[in-house]
Design a binder for this molecule. Structure first.
Ligand SMILES: Nc1nc2c(ncn2[C@@H]2O[C@H](COP(=O)(O)OP(=O)(O)OP(=O)(O)O)[C@@H](O)[C@H]2O)c(=O)[nH]1
Length: 569
């Protein structure tokens, strides 16, 4: 027998679970709204974070530029001093007072230490060491033709050293250290015994030795740090520039700036800035050694661990300005143009939270939380409403299609499905059998045992029918105690056998209608098939089956009639 491959008729109870669940749509919609609103909020946070980073870097750039400007003043002054020396070497002053100093130098140059000076408080004395000392190292040389001119140029420079301006970043000390074994210094050497150690000390520092031709090819200003936080003078930053003239390296002009003054300068730039926006500024030298900070050294969150330092140094190797989040801090940094060091700005989470960006972020987060809470509540309510509506719709739909007592199709549903099956079987030229079934003497059941017992018999019979037919067959209650079964794909013979099986099952069962009462009932059947009748019209088929049912009734009930001519089978 060919298998009928369509029984998916609207309203069929067995397929009800395949219905689409609308709560999934509600869930999906809310999840999409949640995801999108979270993504939008997140995007806002990222934009805010970018703006925060930019504001941090811009605050740092302001301070860094102010510091650079002051450093530039120092550099300008240093270059001016060098230029003065070069001018003095080019056109030496031919004054009697200076010529006397040449003679004095010639007379003292062999002494272990000496002092030559103009008796005038507006200039500085020249301190020197012996010819012997100079000859000990290739770094020094006293055999040059311009030696006297260099000496008078140094005395002239002494005048300028004295005229130190009142810049914000005033030098602590200024020196001219000559390779010819002498120096001038804004810090007087009070004891003659200290001249040699002082000169030696100056030579040994990189800010002198680092100005040799092979170390400073560009002959520009170089910056050095002199870290001595425990000394009374504290740490210094030293700028030095070589003095060259006519291709000969004469010596080095140097100035030292106290780190404390830089600290004050940094603190000064914070005046007028709200405390929560200030953050902490740290100045590091070229070797990433901390020089100074605007906060006291005891601040716990000012230091970086090894991993953080490595991250910062890697970032600094790539650019001249940047910023990154390190733990709960935001660290922005900028390399200083002149000094070669780097200025850092550290903004802690606490400062960030009480700042404008922090407050906006918190407000946004609270709004997002509120929105999420409202969304969740709305989700719950709408989901429940949709669920209830859906359940109600399913109930109504079920009630429209099914008989509540027997749970079989009602008359209307059966006719609808019969039409569909009829059309389908006709198009596929398949048999389509119809069984009409009527309980025998059902009135007696009602009369003897009551209407409720009658209902029980009806539902019990429906159960027997449902459990006997196949999945593709459809059973319905078409009258009080009258049933109809559609058997798509079944021939008359097969349908008659099925009807017979149902008849036997109904007749053989003792039905429990009261606690201690069972009854046995019977049913009569009329069967027909569309292929045999040559007509697929359901109403016609039902009328034939009905006619045969009444033949069965007339022939004594409890039997199946499948023909108009032959006696019951
Ligand atoms: N309990 C109950 N009885 C019903 C229901 N619908 C119809 N009936 C009863 O079914 C009985 C049908 O009686 P009849 O049409 O005389 O048929 P019968 O007594 O079965 O006799 P035959 O069909 O000739 O064998 C009537 O008494 C109806 O009241 C129902 O839903 N529940």
């Amino acid at each position: 027998m060919r298998q009928l491959n369509v029984v998916n008729v609207p309203g069929q109870h067995k397929n009800a679970k395949r219905y689409f669940d609308p709560t999934w749509v509600v869930n999906l919609c809310f999840v999409i709204v949640m995801v999108f609103s979270t993504m939008l909020t997140w995007r806002e946070v990222i934009v805010l974070e970018g703006a925060y980073g930019a504001s941090q870097r811009s605050a740092l750039a302001n301070v860094s530029n102010a510091l650079d400007m002051q450093m530039q003043v120092g550099i300008d002054r240093l270059l001016f001093f060098r230029h003065t020396m070069q001018a003095a070497l080019q056109t030496p002053l031919d004054l009697n007072i200076l010529r006397k100093r040449h003679d004095e130098f010639d007379s003292k140059r062999a002494l272990p230490q000496w002092r030559v000076g103009v008796d005038n408080p507006r200039t500085l004395p020249v301190y020197g060491v012996s010819d012997y000392f100079v000859n000990q190292t290739d770094l020094l040389n006293r055999d040059n033709d311009a030696l006297h001119n260099e000496l008078t140029a140094a005395i002239e420079l002494g005048y300028l050293f004295r005229l130190s301006s009142h810049a914000l970043l005033a030098p602590r000390k200024s020196w001219y250290v000559s390779r010819a074994g002498f120096f001038i210094s804004t810090e007087a050497v009070n004891n003659e015994q200290d001249i040699v150690p002082t000169y030696y000390h100056l030579l040994m520092h990189p800010w002198f030795s680092g100005q040799q031709l092979h170390e400073n090819h560009g002959r520009g200003v170089r910056w050095f740090t002199d870290l001595a936080p425990k000394s009374p003078n504290g740490s210094n930053v030293v700028a030095s520039v070589p003095l060259d003239y006519n291709g000969y390296w004469f010596g080095v002009v140097m100035m030292s700036f106290p780190v404390d003054a830089i600290t004050q300068l940094l603190i000064g730039t914070q005046q007028g800035v709200q405390e929560r926006e200030r953050g902490e500024y740290q100045l590091y030298d070229t070797n990433f050694k901390l020089l100074t900070s605007t906060l006291s050294t005891s601040a716990a969150d000012r230091t970086f661990n090894r991993k953080e330092r490595a991250l910062l140094e890697a970032d600094m190797a790539r650019d001249t300005i940047g910023g990154m989040r390190l733990g709960s801090r935001y660290v922005s940094w900028q390399k200083l143009k002149h000094f070669g060091g780097v200025l850092l700005r550290i903004h802690t989470l606490r400062e960030g939270i009480i700042g404008d960006f922090g407050r906006i972020t918190i407000a946004m987060f609270i709004l997002w939380l509120l929105f999420m809470a409202m969304l969740l509540v709305a989700w719950g309510v709408i989901r429940r409403m949709v669920k209830n509506m859906y359940a109600m719709q399913r109930t109504l739909q079920w009630q429209a299609w099914y008989d509540p007592l027997t749970r079989l199709c009602n008359r209307g549903a059966l006719f609808e499905r019969a039409k569909t099956i009829s059309k389908l079987t006709r198009s596929q030229k398949l048999p389509f059998a119809v069984i009409q079934l009527d309980l025998d003497h059902f009135k007696n059941v009602n009369d003897r045992f009551g209407h409720q017992a009658g209902d029980l018999v009806l539902s019990h019979t429906a159960g027997l029918i449902s459990s006997t037919i196949r999945d593709q067959d459809v059973a319905g209650r078409v009258g009080g105690e009258e049933f109809c079964i559609l058997l798509p794909g079944s021939t008359l013979l097969q349908a008659t056998q099925i009807a017979e099986r149902i008849r036997q099952r109904i007749g053989s069962k003792e039905m429990l209608i009261h606690k201690h009462t069972t009854i046995r009932i019977s049913a009569s059947f009329g069967v027909c098939d569309a292929l045999e009748e040559g007509n697929y019209d359901f109403e016609y088929l039902q009328s034939v089956a009905d006619r045969r049912l009444y033949r069965a009734k007339n022939n004594g009930r409890n039997q199946v009639c499948s023909s108009d001519e032959t006696p019951n089978t």
